[in-house]
Design a protein around this ligand. Sequence first.
Ligand code: NDP
Length: 369
Amino acid sequence: MDLGVLLPSLIPSLQSVYVLVSYFVYLAVAGELLPGKVIRGVVLSDGSQLRYRCNGLFALTLLVAILGISAKLGIVSPLVVADRGLELLSATFIFCVLVTLVLYISGRSSSDKTSSLKPHVSGNLVHDWWFGIQLNPQFLSIDLKFFFVRAGMMGWLLINLSILAKSVQDDSLSQSMILYQIFCALYILDYFVHEEYMTSTWDIIAERLGFMLVFGDLLWIPFTFSIQGWWLLHNKVQLTVPAIVANCFVFLIGYMVFRGANKQKHIFKKNPKTPIWGKPPVVVGGKLLASGYWGIARHCNYLGDLMLALSFSLPCGISSPVPYFYPIYLLILLIWRERRDEVRCAEKYKEIWAEYLRLVPYRILPYVY
Ligand code: NDP
């Protein structure tokens, strides 16, 4: 790519800053005002529990409706994101740096003793800024961690919809683009239907809010998970019927494993006696589920997610590695994360975890890994 063209398009215009700020303001207001199920988070080390209002599906549907009507009335261009992708990316990056510097400064000066706000300062500025100082910092009573991940997931859908509008406008809408759009839209909508499950994930319960997480949520998720869409705007792919059918199967099986495993764990945490696949659950030490998907591999949910990621890239064919960025990245991330989670669980559950390892020897893919 020509650097003379690339560099100027990375400089955020006032309009891209306006788009970003309006988006965050909408999410903050909608998150506070729209009705939704209030979920108690996991019990933190000091016995406290945070509350999360899971109204993401409502907020997203309303936002898409508002944008759709505004586009019809000519108030907003549906191409605003697709035409300003790089600018929005750099504006988001600058925002991530600024907001995490503020988090670093406010975290350091906090004297709060609760588990969610207690500062963890190593003294190494880069380390503390990167990994964060507080577990669940808030701004105007908004839980920032929950807010940023929501913004990232919705942002991914909005980028995709703008790419879709661009391909319709360019008269280049293809089967591949339709498949990619449908799979991602179903995945994102499903995420918000099950938003409450998010409250017990590793990011929410164990990771402090620093640059790594803010950047991951706000920039990495929406801008890199949509690479396939950007790529399809400029590349033509001819898919055969068997390839389309196989692609749909990878998506459906991936979805079944991903959602099924996450659901089983969530239900088990709420009521450890709930039957799994119609049978009483196999439980290790009263705490760990060792049947259903959790009896096949210790992280079947990662396997399902990897299959889904692959299904988002397969519509692009195999002529280029570029659209496979997301599944390759996810493979590396989930292997790394699974290793860190194992260390955490081994420390937390001790001999119960050792017994679970004996019962379920595979990490992610049975008989392979
Ligand atoms: P998990 O949802 O697998 O949560 C891990 C935690 O679950 C452990 O720390 C432990 O916590 C508990 N646990 C582990 N094994 C058992 C068991 N057998 N029985 C009961 N509880 C158990 O991990 P993540 O939060 O990393 O992932 C959640 C989802 O998000 C996954 O589907 C993953 O694929 C997806 N994800 C997607 C990413 C993306 O970029 N697309 C990035 C990261 C995750 P406890 O101490 O509470 O018992």
